[in-house]
Design a protein around this ligand. Structure first.
Ligand code: ATP
Length: 308
């Protein structure tokens, strides 16, 4: 194919992020319940002599354009595996906040894989794409799959979850990002400082909450709100104390649940319905505790090719 190919990929929110102890390899075992939500990046792959990345969008300046860009790494991994030259111009239209705990880089990697596979005609199987995704990062397989899923291991071993309805969300985007590895380090430090210890021997194995899985299945927003949990939230708040004010503003405005999204600093608010989401968003925008407010819903499908 010589025409440019575009993939559209959603952001995620972790409705449960249970973090186990620090493993000897430096990772943590997780019980990570992902929900794909309707903020999307678009990745277009166009024929080119060499690998080149360009980015547009409000946060474009924070995204690397060299081969450390996750989309570039995805293209290189696919090209190497199939013995093709990695000649491609990847253009990313970025709507997912950068370093916001919403898997923006992972979304771009999944999108680049799908788009390059179509452009180059490499015909990778779904299983092969998922394998490349897992090697690129813990959240990348979910960006491909979308919907709702439980991630075990580092989060890359996915089991799709049934959902019974649409959940309405508001996201408060903060100024500046938080480094995911730094948030995990802070989580370990806080666990050590509490005297409980941070290793696998000290921390109970992370398990998904049966109440949370049931709430997803039935589409019950009130029950989901009662069960959401993020073990990284204390660490994100410790590194960015101002997030407490953002969470309070959303709760005061009637959000059913207020939590840090993944490693933060984006905060996620679950609303009762679309109208409730409008009210929470309005109050957050007026509160002056965040940079931007976004209203969306989920689950939505994972990465897919689109006609533009
Ligand atoms: P997660 O929720 O998966 O932990 P995140 O959403 O917090 O990730 P990203 O937006 O993926 O964070 O960005 C993390 C860092 O990765 C950025 O600071 C940036 O330097 C780098 N990065 C590499 N490629 C990309 C990309 N395509 N888009 C955004 N950031 C990228």
């Amino acid at each position: 194919m010589t025409r440019p190919v575009t993939a559209r990929v959603p952001a995620k929110v972790n409705v449960q992020l249970a973090v186990g102890g620090l493993r000897p390899d430096g990772f943590h075992d997780l019980a990570n319940v992902f929900l794909a939500v309707g903020l999307h990046d678009e990745v277009t792959a166009a024929p080119a002599d060499t690998l080149r990345v360009t980015v547009e969008g409000a946060d474009a300046g924070q995204v690397p354009l060299d081969h450390t860009n996750l989309a570039a790494r995805a293209a290189l991994a696919l090209a190497e595996r199939h013995g093709v030259a990695p000649g491609v111009h990847l253009h990313i239209v970025k709507d997912i906040p950068v370093a916001g705990g919403m898997a923006g880089g992972s979304a771009d990697a999944a999108g680049a894989l799908l788009a390059c596979d179509a452009l180059w005609g490499t015909g990778a199987t779904r299983a092969e794409l998922l394998e490349i995704c897992a090697a690129l990062g813990s959240d990348v397989p979910f960006s491909l799959v979308g919907g709702a899923a439980l991630g075990r291991g580092r989060g890359e071993l996915l089991t799709p979850l049934e959902t019974g309805g649409t959940f309405h969300w508001v996201f408060a985007v903060a100024d500046g990002g938080l480094s995911t590895p730094a948030v995990y380090r802070e989580c370990d430090r806080l666990r050590e400082a509490s005297g409980a210890g941070a290793s696998v021997a000290d921390v109970p194995d992370p398990e998904p909450s049966p109440a949370l899985l049931a709430a997803l299945r039935t589409g019950d927003a009130t029950a989901l709100a009662a069960a959401v949990a993020n073990d990284l939230q204390p660490a994100a708040l410790s590194l960015r104390p101002a997030l407490a004010g953002t969470l309070r503003a959303g709760a005061d405005a009637g959000a059913l649940a207020s939590l840090v999204s993944g490693s933060g600093p984006t905060c996620a608010f679950l609303a009762k319905d679309a109208e409730g989401a409008q009210a929470v968003a309005g109050a957050l925008a007026a509160s002056g505790t965040c940079r931007t407010v976004r209203i969306t819903s989920g689950p939505v499908p994972g990465a897919r090719l689109v006609d533009v």
